[in-house]
Write a protein that binds this ligand. Structure first.
Ligand code: F6R
Length: 598
């Protein structure tokens, strides 16, 4: 998704380029930079990767002490140089993250006033409006305020204005923005990850606070307030995150899960979860998008099974549009790795407006969702760089598992022995996961065969249906193989029509109370000549004849931790299939790490 960074510092181009580099993980298709020096704004923009911009800057260098930069993830208009940011009009250059929903009306008005547009973006109306008001002798601050009062939608803006002194302005509405005062300069960015080592103190502006940054100061300068900026310490990791011995961040993050879970099992954070009075709750609603939503699906099964709490789950982009009923003593939980997902944030704001108690489960402690919710828990996965979520998923599940144990304890729904067993199962988790990862070459062999197909059907039963869905999502997002997932019992209600020798079916088949039912579903698949692949318990092979490359063995393990463990072969399958097909594993096409538009 779009990323923005701005700097007022000596040779500002350096921190801006470095910041754009740190934003690369979010996914983008073009980039650009504007610099203000000697009363002139100069801009360089390119399509494609940041290296193209660096190459251009080495041929056509620019320098100055006030700069803005942008990585664009196309929404309005194709991914090309003209649509790349910054967009300039007269004395004004702008970078924008978000969507200006009423840009067509604004553009119409500006066209009538005689403005000419170069790009197809929604963003270009912003420098035109500011420039228009500057031409009416408004001050820089007045022109920006007048402009943003007309904008509908969500935005974080970095604005350079050529004037008496070199000023960089930043303002936001609904989209993430962070300001930082360092020793060598002052900075603004859409993501604290973009800030470098010179960013000890940070400030998260509130909606519509206008921040002016120049070489003397950082100032809040809305016409109606004289508030001061209160900085907090930057908790974000500013050191360079490397892939280590791994070929991709995704691979590194998959193999890191063992250590993360070891850490989570030693530090039980029980004092956090016991802050929730589960006995007083009538219902929990869990809201999220994508992979985080599948974590919510698993959590629903755990809370219901072990703590007898009614749990509803919802997709964040749908929640506030379907008139949800919020009852007394309902806890609404928002799960988001990035903590910035626009749909999840908007759903949270909706729930708060209905007076619901809200809890955020995030990987980024100071993220917008963490700050907005009544209280928040961290999942302690550390920065996740690969676009496809892997370790954050396991850590989300791990925290939900612990919360479910706490809920079961408070509500005394299961006896003490069972409760202790759930905790013991959790302690075994990293060691069983290690065994699964040691079998990664078995998954490479399966991926070699599966990646030759264009479509794959995933099946699971019970709580593992969510893992089948997560596996299908992971595979399609990074290998671009079309994959869909169903609860195995649903096969005969429609998807079975797809089965033939070109439609492989991958089944998660552990040994549990649903094994016999699953074996019947597997018979239905084999009877239709569909190639069968199984991730499951060794005992399954007594019933089904499978080649080595059609079977991935899950070690025996307690039922309660099956969802966390069986996600691992799914992640490996996606990784190896994508690698075999020569895909960009860490930055798959069209996707962004942090989805900050609705
Ligand atoms: C898939 C993936 C996405 C995210 C989704 C929500 O691998 O990463 O589906 O899970 O965009 O993101 P967060 O959790 O940051 O709200």
């Amino acid at each position: 998704m779009c990323g923005i960074i701005g700097a007022v510092a000596e040779s500002a181009i350096k921190p801006v380029l470095a910041g754009l580099g740190r934003l690369e993980y979010r996914g983008y298709d073009s980039s650009g930079i504007s610099i203000l020096s000697n009363n002139e704004i100069q801009t360089r923009k390119v399509q494609g990767k940041l290296n193209n911009l660096k190459n251009m800057l080495s041929v056509q260098p620019i320098d100055g002490d006030c700069a803005i930069g942008h990585t664009r993830w196309a929404t309005h208009g194709k991914a090309n140089v003209i649509n790349a940011h910054p967009h300039q009009c007269g004395q004004v250059s702008v970078v924008h993250n978000g969507i200006i929903e009423n840009y067509l009306q604004l553009k119409q008005q500006l066209l009538q006033w005689g403005h000419h547009f170069k790009s197809s973006t929604d963003s270009e109306v912003v420098p035109h409006l500011i420039n228009h008001y500057l031409a009416q002798q408004m001050s820089q601050e007045e022109a920006i305020e007048k402009t943003i009062n007309q904008l509908k939608g969500s935005y974080a803006l970095g604005v350079l204005i050529n004037g008496d002194s070199n000023n960089l302005y930043a303002i936001k509405q609904g989209s993430p923005l962070v300001i930082s005062q360092g020793n060598d300069g002052a900075y603004m960015a859409s993501d604290a990850m973009a800030l470098g080592a010179d960013s000890g103190k940070i400030y998260y502006p509130k909606d519509n606070e206008l921040i002016k940054i120049n070489s003397h100061e950082i100032k809040l300068c809305n016409s109606s307030t004289n508030k001061k900026i209160h900085y907090i310490n930057n908790k974000h990791c500013t050191k360079v995150i490397s892939k280590g011995e791994h070929s991709t961040f995704m691979e590194k993050e998959i193999f890191e899960q063992v250590d993360l879970l070891k850490r989570l099992s030693v530090n039980n954070h029980a004092s956090d979860y016991s802050k929730i009075n589960f006995n007083a709750l009538n219902k929990i609603t869990i809201i999220a998008c994508g992979t985080s939503y599948y974590a919510a699906s698993v959590a629903k099964c755990w809370f219901e099974k072990y703590a007898n709490i009614l749990v509803e789950i919802d997709i964040a982009s749908e929640y506030r549009y379907r008139s949800p009923i919020i009852i007394n003593n309902e806890l609404v939980v928002f799960v988001s790795q990035s903590g910035e997902t626009a749909d999840t944030l908007a759903a949270l704001q909706y729930a708060k407006s209905k007076k619901a108690q809200t809890l955020a489960l995030v990987n980024v402690a100071n993220s917008s969702i963490a700050r907005e919710a009544n209280f928040s828990f961290e999942i302690y996965a550390g920065p996740e760089i690969g676009v496809a979520s892997t370790k954050a998923f396991s850590c989300q599940l791990a925290i939900f598992y612990k919360m479910a144990i706490e809920a079961a304890k408070q509500r005394a729904f299961i006896d003490k022995a069972e409760l202790n067993q759930l905790a013991l199962n959790f302690a075994q988790l990293p060691y069983i996961m290690e065994k699964v990862l040691q079998r990664c070459t078995d998954m490479k062999v399966m991926a070699e065969k599966l990646s030759t197909y264009s479509n794959i059907l995933f099946l699971g039963r019970g709580v593992l249906t969510a893992i089948a869905q997560e596996g299908a999502l992971k595979l399609k997002e990074i290998s671009y193989i079309h994959a869909e997932a169903y609860a195995a019992g649903e096969l005969k209600h429609g998807p079975i029509a797809l089965l033939d020798e070109n439609m492989p079916v991958l089944v998660i088949a552990p040994k549990n109370e649903l094994t016999d039912k699953l074996l019947s579903n597997i018979q239905e698949v084999q009877a239709r000549n569909a190639p069968l692949f199984v991730i499951g318990d060794s005992s399954i092979r007594e019933y089904i004849n499978l080649q080595e490359n059609e079977f991935f063995e899950l070690p025996s393990m307690p039922e309660s931790i099956l969802p966390i463990i069986s996600a691992i072969p799914m992640q490996l399958l996606a990784l190896y299939s994508a690698q075999m097909l020569g895909r960009n594993v860490d930055q798959p096409r069209n996707l962004a790490k942090s989805v900050t538009v609705e």
